[in-house]
Design a binder for this molecule. Sequence first.
Ligand code: FPP
Length: 280
Amino acid sequence: MVSARNAPRHTIVHSSEPMMQRPPAPAATPEPSRPGLPRHVGIIMDGNGRWARRRHLPRVAGHRAGVRAIRPVMEACDRAGVHILTLYAFSTENWSRPRHEVDALMRLFGETIESEIGELHDNGVQIRVLGDRRRLSGALQRKVADAEALTADNTTAILNVAINYGGRGEIVAAVRELAARGVDLAELDEETMSRALYTAGLPDPDLIIRTAGEMRISNFMLWQAAYAELYVTDTLWPDFGEAALDGALQAFAGRERKFGTVNDRVPAPIIDAVRASPVG
Ligand code: FPP
């Protein structure tokens, strides 16, 4: 007999429980206003704690300042012509922070959704939350669901907020769900996998910005970031504003995106020779 003690350590998912609760499908995939801009920008908002420490304030004051930085950056994206933005607000690893900090962040998410949703909706922004929302409080889950339902048909811009999100967990959850749906995993292809993620229907991020200087991706959009351009700035998130965003967009415009191939500036005969070679 299998007792609770020696039972295999599988996560039990009851059949009535959705394995992966995705946000509503994107109502549109708005294009950037001019060539050379990213269609989709992801931001790893880091440095709230350091911002607070420098001012001898509690860390939570840094998170509050971090929330205040969001609206100007969204407005700057809109002015610049970028219409799909993903903000990494809380990772699956962030639960290990002190309880009072986690509680404060969760409260901030709820309060911010409540205070901003009206204006975001009026501006035609579709709000979507990426991540495993089952661990959020019932009240926060309801706020998220209400915000997503209210804005589900908006097409001007998309704001994804990643809460209790981890790229590895997302991939594992997607594969488990595909297996449970009877998809033959031996035949699994990239297209099917992409459609099983929280970001189903969205273009991959072209540009991922990380504030506060760390050179790592921290479990953010691991699948979707395959060909993203990375831009790291020392600016702390609460100080990141329009000028900093424009700096990132300018850097992006200057990048040469090769997607693993050779670029157009290489003389055509060389491109032909590379393509014809067995390892081209
Ligand atoms: C990292 O800074 C930041 C976070 C873990 C939280 C980011 C969340 C916000 C800015 C609030 C977002 C709110 C909504 C509604 C989207 P850190 O605390 O790790 O900074 P440190 O590395 O300097 O300590």
